[in-house]
Write a protein that binds this ligand. Structure first.
Ligand code: DGL
Length: 273
């Protein structure tokens, strides 16, 4: 007989986009407490060097592990693409899951012959999604496209206008011409474009949202490792950021679906740079 594990789940992202993962986790696991860290002082990570992303990720993880989280969920696709080995090396034995592995799992479940992956420059430059998909099935055709403008557009709320269509056309015209079976939204911000991308591709492509895929993955992992909280209780969310400006609560609401009750500004341990 296993005891319930009521320690919180730690989730971090470069900024607030990872709140799409928190929102999916709240739906899938309403009894779990969540500590969320958004490194809003240093976002975006997607245009930074691999060295910097790894360094930032180590500090984000350290903050959450110091607060006793039972599992660390890397909600940032960029970190998940370039820093998982680093995080596992620095936190041996810890439970660490990345949104990227969840996305790959969800893509393979659609049984595709042809896949398109979209993400930040760092995610696409790492080639991690293609490598992960090919490790399981090398016969799948994978095309990867960086869509850097979609992050600031999501933050500005430009997710369903004529401008959105024009930008999608710049990045995805080849995808539209030769539609894949499955398109993976490989960035925290992209679930906000799901409906628009689906309609741009005339509904002919299955769209996999890595935030929902991640929540399903976490649920399965907690279950199989006997880490689930007491099912009858109501989970609490705590939100931490490294920079807090006046419009941040409204920005958070775009990704979370509601304004967080409280957001606390914290300082990460000094990394000597
Ligand atoms: N969170 C990042 C990701 O999922 C997007 C924003 C950034 O570039 O930091 O890749």
């Amino acid at each position: 007989m296993h005891k319930d594990d009521n320690r919180p789940i730690g989730v971090f992202d470069s900024g607030l986009g990872g709140l799409t993962v928190v929102s999916a986790l709240n739906r899938a696991l309403p009894e779990e407490d969540i500590l969320y860290l958004g490194d809003t002082a240093r976002v975006p990570y997607g245009d930074k060097s691999v060295d910097s992303i790894r360094r930032f990720a180590r500090k984000d993880a350290e903050f959450l592990f110091e607060r006793g989280v039972k599992i660390l969920v890397v909600a940032c696709n960029t970190v998940s693409a370039v820093a998982m080995d680093e995080l596992r090396k620095h936190n041996p034995g810890a439970h660490i899951l990345g949104v990227l592995e969840a996305g790959i799992h969800a893509v393979l479940a659609t049984n595709p012959a042809h896949v398109a992956v979209i993400g930040t420059r760092a995610t696409i430059g790492s080639d991690a999604y293609r490598r992960g998909i090919h490790a399981k099935n090398p016969s799948i055709v994978v095309e990867s496209i960086a869509c850097p403008l979609l992050v600031p557009m999501a933050e500005e709320g430009i997710t369903d206008s004529t401008i959105t269509r024009s930008i999608l056309d710049i990045y995805l015209h080849n995808v539209k011409r030769n539609p894949p079976d499955t398109l993976l939204l490989g960035c925290t911000h992209y679930p906000l474009f799901k409906a628009e991308i689906s309609s741009y591709l005339d509904g002919r492509t299955a769209i996999v949202d890595s935030a929902s895929a991640c929540a399903e993955h976490v649920l399965g992992y907690l279950e199989s490792h006997h880490l689930r909280a007491t099912k009858e209780k109501e989970g609490k969310n705590s939100f931490y950021v490294t920079d807090l400006h006046s419009t941040l609560p409204q920005l958070a609401a775009r990704f979370l679906g509601r304004i967080p009750e409280r957001i606390e500004k914290i300082a990460l341990p000094d990394d000597g740079f």
